[in-house]
Design a protein around this ligand. Structure first.
Ligand code: ZN
Length: 89
């Protein structure tokens, strides 16, 4: 939960506490590829494009990435699609 009373992912809170506010349209990404990890040393900022490129470069897209990209392209809620991609839904 963030200071506006809405739910915020733990790793985003960890980033904010350590580094300050997350710029608009930026995501907090993981060097370690563990979605639940909130070690600030494992986190870095990137755009959605960076996130996808990071996934591709690390080979963790499996067979679900094309589906994810297609769903985001079609306008599905990005966070919901991400949550499903990473098995958090
Ligand atoms: Zn980590």
């Amino acid at each position: 939960m963030n200071n506006r009373g809405t739910v915020e992912c733990a790793h985003r809170v960890a980033w904010t506490v350590t580094n300050g506010l997350i710029p608009k349209k930026m995501n907090v990404l993981h060097h370690c590829d563990v979605p639940s990890c909130c070690n600030p040393a494992h986190l870095f900022l990137g755009s959605q494009k960076d996130n996808v490129q990071d996934m591709m470069s690390k080979g963790r897209h499996g067979s679900r990435l094309p589906d994810f990209v297609e769903r985001v392209r079609l306008g599905q809620n990005k966070k919901k699609a991400e949550a499903e991609l990473f098995g958090a839904a």
